[in-house]
Design a protein around this ligand. Structure first.
Ligand SMILES: C[S@@+](CC[C@H](N)C(=O)[O-])C[C@H]1O[C@@H](n2cnc3c(N)ncnc32)[C@H](O)[C@@H]1O
Length: 263
């Protein structure tokens, strides 16, 4: 299988300690924790990459499967896991494969939760992935998606003083991200419809990075706890959450809707 992320893996994996990534992982972790049972819950992280979100879940006692098509990202996950204690290592399983074919790759196995963070923006059509995520959870299980907010693309360039770029981002559905590639955004409204079509009931959505998205490579300072509280509260409050760079949606599969997910 061709590695879809090999050209971006090193750069992406090296950004984990900059402020905007720290905020992303912490806020998404808080969001997930509001909906996830356990520990130990059984979680599959589709496109889980180097384990940035999955390894902290394993540290909390959850059992996590990282499913990713990129051997390079999985190799980095293996390296990071080697630094963890035996319990954390034991609770993480790494499997090579794409989300869309996960049902076959995982032999129909189902989970308490399926996560898919920072992946939909690389896919032209999000619907097959959302259906696959729904099929990965049992009735009552949760699906968590994090992706780029198409409704607010002009904010980053405008706040960075790139007014021409901001102007052309108004009404666009994609832009060039920090890794240098053009990726797609989605809206909460479109994704809610996709959830419904896949048999998932939308439980809650959060905005991620309302006030700090334009800070580039800035590292966290002593203000981090305050920034995190500000971003967490704003990300759950209208109208602030609607202009966040990323949207985090959590859905739940209902028992009656299970038949939709199989179609
Ligand atoms: C930006 S990284 C995000 C990694 C991790 N989820 C995170 O939040 O840090 C995108 C990941 O999606 C994976 N990916 C790309 N296409 C995919 C697909 N069709 N199915 C599953 N994963 C995919 C890439 O290999 C890469 O590891």
């Amino acid at each position: 299988m061709e590695d879809p992320f090999s050209g971006l893996a090193d750069r992406y994996n090296s950004t984990g300690t900059i402020l905007h990534q720290v905020i992303r992982y912490e806020l998404v972790d808080r969001g997930i924790s509001e909906h996830l049972p356990g520990p130990p819950a059984r979680v599959v992280d589709v496109g889980g990459g180097a384990g940035q979100q999955a390894i902290p879940l394993s540290r909390k006692g959850h059992e996590v499967t990282i499913l990713d098509p990129s051997p390079k990202m999985l190799a980095e996950a293996r390296r990071r896991l080697a630094r963890e204690d035996a319990g954390v290592r034991r609770r993480v399983r790494l499997i090579e494969g794409t989300g869309e074919l996960s049902h076959e790759t995982l032999d129909g196995e189902t989970f308490d939760a399926a996560l898919c963070h920072g992946v939909l923006m690389y896919l032209e059509d999000p619907q097959p992935m959302i259906r696959a995520l729904s099929a990965l959870v049992h009735p009552g299980g949760m699906v968590s998606i994090l992706t780029k907010n198409a409704a607010a693309l002009a904010f980053r360039p405008a706040l960075e003083g790139r007014y021409g770029d901001a102007l052309s981002s108004l009404g666009a559905d994609r832009d060039r991200g920090r890794l240098g590639v053009v990726t797609r955004g989605d809206t909460v409204e479109e994704l809610s419809r996709s959830f419904e079509e896949a048999g998932l009931e939308m439980e809650r959505w959060y905005g991620v990075r309302v006030f700090t998205d334009h800070l580039g490579e800035r590292m966290p300072g002593t203000e981090l706890p305050e920034v995190l509280e500000l971003e967490w509260e704003a990300g759950r409050t209208d109208p602030y959450r609607s202009v966040a760079r990323l949207i985090h949606l959590v859905g739940r599969k209902g028992p009656i809707q299970e038949r939709f997910a199989r179609n």
